[in-house]
Design a protein. Structure first.
Length: 291
């Protein structure tokens, strides 16, 4: 990727996207790297608006960060998709590569897996992962399966609200060569409590507050989880599930840690320079405290 300090543009796209902390992270990185004139914005973009936006990108752009539902919608608009993103079936990063011609090349990558692995390793502290549970079946759940496979667990349990909506995740799992077990998420069921309490790692990928019923049930179940919970949601912070997990004795890694590490990898891809992780971490913590 380009290592030039010539001013470039980048942005996070999604709908809604005003709440995103990606601008805080990327701008902190640009400042620490001395990339004068580099800009990073949050641009509200729907799935219908995405094709026109991508086609308008020129060589002044370094790249895009993409949130749902754009992680799937962007794939047909790309010139190349890296192998990991192709296997996972989700692109959260578009890198613009100038070609010297009129139109740059668009490359899709997935840094969510990197972010999940790095965040989980913070909580695992060298412990191995033999058993794991994933809550949810969306694009982030697919990245969670890939990250767990990298950490050594290729047969996690996936708890979902509807088995009928797991087709995409099942196809992604097949491409990865992992064999998850799919079960219905019944927060009040004893089996769910046993699954969570017995797992080395639990990755919650449900939308904000969607895991609250699980938190309520966990708080009254008497379960004593010994594993690591990573709830990808960071608003509200801490989530109800994180509070209940910590109160029951488990280890919690906040979703903001995944956000930090996936953004650091995006910075590396877009700028061609190692990400200034400490500066980004400090800016993120300041923003979260202010919020």
């Amino acid at each position: 990727m380009s290592g030039s300090s010539a001013p470039r543009r980048a942005a996070v796209l999604g709908h809604p996207v005003a709440h995103s902390l990606s601008p805080v992270l990327h701008r902190a990185a640009y400042d620490a790297l001395g990339l004068d004139g580099w800009r990073y914005e949050a641009i509200d973009t729907t799935e219908e608006q995405l094709p026109a936006f991508v086609s308008s990108l020129d060589a002044s752009w370094a790249g895009l960060s993409l949130t749902m539902p754009l992680k799937h919608a962007v794939i047909p608009l790309l010139d190349h998709v890296d192998p990991l993103a192709n296997v996972v079936g989700a692109v959260n990063t578009l890198v613009v590569q100038p070609t010297g011609g009129r139109r740059p090349t668009f490359v899709g990558t997935n840094t969510d897996v990197h972010g999940l692995v790095a965040a989980l390793r913070e909580g695992l502290a060298e412990r191995s992962v033999r058993s794991a549970v994933v809550l949810g079946a969306g694009a982030t759940a697919a990245s969670a399966l890939a990250s767990l496979a990298e950490l050594g667990c290729t047969s996690p349990t996936v708890l979902v609200r509807s088995l009928g909506r797991t087709g995409g995740l099942q196809r992604a799992a097949h491409r990865m060569g992992v064999e998850p077990r799919f079960e219905v998420l019944d927060p009040s069921g004893a089996a769910v409590h046993d699954r969570l309490a017995g797992a080395d790692v639990v990755v919650a990928t449900l939308p904000s507050r969607a895991a609250d019923p699980v938190a309520d049930a966990l708080a009254t179940s008497g379960s004593t989880p010994g594993g690591v919970l990573l709830d990808v949601v960071y608003d509200p912070r801490p989530t109800a599930l994180s509070v209940a997990w910590a109160a029951a004795g488990g280890t919690v890694v906040g979703g903001e840690r995944m956000l930090l590490h996936q953004a650091a990898e995006q910075v590396r891809l877009m700028t061609g320079r190692p990400a200034p992780l400490a500066a980004m971490d400090a800016a993120l913590e300041s923003a979260l405290v202010a919020a």
